[in-house]
Write a protein that binds this ligand. Sequence first.
Ligand code: ATP
Ligand code: MG
Length: 394
Amino acid sequence: MQEVILLKLGETVLKGLNRNVFEDMLLRNLRRRLKRVGSYRVSFAQSTIYIVALENKEGELSDIDKAQEVADRLFGAVTVARAAAVEKDYDKIAETAVEYCADELSRAKTFKVAAKRADKHFPMNSPQICAELGGYLLDHFPNLSVDIHNPEVTVTVEIRDWAAYVHCGSHKGAGGLPTGTSGKGMVLISGGLDSPVAAWMMGRRGQILEAIHFESPPYTGPQAVQKVIDLLRKVSQYAGRINLYIVGFTEIQEAIANNCPEPFFTIIMRRFMMRIAQRQALATGCECLITGESLGQVASQTIGALACTDAVCEMPVLRPLIGTDKEEIIQISRRLDTYDISILPYEDCCTVFTPKHPKTKPHLDEIIEAEAALDIDGLIENAMATLKKININP
Ligand code: ATP
Ligand code: MG
């Protein structure tokens, strides 16, 4: 028996003129990623992608589990199922269903059979397959009864052009849009919980990601940068390769601390981050900035503070977490497997110069006045001169 992986694409996003663009991009992403883990055949028909393991040069069959890891993280795929591929012969299909779904069926109380006959040459139609196979499975598993509306297990049979497929349930895929269908975004990444989740969310909407991180040695150590690399590696397993830019921020932070009123420290610092991120975004073909801000979460994320931050930005700033609660962010970070990395205790540049009483309702005029004490362009030039690039691969 041969095992295959079936991926279903989102019906709604695939309608209309962009359908081919989405499908082609998704197939290209999938094939490129599968190449890294083995040798597989990928075929596509009727909104379903089929992945079959092939032998490598040494004659060993590629690992289908590795292909599933890739498939589970592919943006654009709505469901993923492991299935048995079998000859298009009813008796063989029935035998395979008993064998392949044995674990699930022997544990369940209720089930149903769902059949899809894409190959109309197959002698039985879908209702006939359901009735025959349903009866056959009832004979083999006395623990079972049929429940059409709310079954614990659905045994699915698909009769396709080149084979029949049997499986007992699919799980949710990564969802969203294929990577590369929504342009490129520059994510401001810290070592915290929020920004990796924000990056993943925009990646899921089809954006290719670039990332920028500000470090403040000696106030922050190399572990803080390593943490960002580890976080982005998790994101890249979904969103593909990410270029990370590390920019020295110490001089700017010291200049702010020495020359500006303390309640404005964080806002002014955030404005510098945005200015620099935007420069790098323009240089690398990004069309937007992405941050992990959530309304009201901290003093620099009140609506007034965000307005002051946005005043230095000429490109859209995407804040996918703006309306989420911390609990929801944590839930996504667990799914993404970044939670345990994010909670490691290394110092971030933001926490080093945190004011005791940050201003929560800053006026843009007073911020601009406070910044007048600084050589903004000079500080930005110096910071850009420290820029280092690191490639993050899945
Ligand atoms: P996070 O959990 O992402 O650190 P946060 O709740 O701690 O966010 P802040 O520290 O105020 O909030 O940062 C707000 C946003 O600014 C972050 O989500 C991130 O996008 C960006 N940011 C903060 N610190 C840095 C940094 N050192 N380098 C790059 N971007 C940063
Ligand atoms: Mg933070």
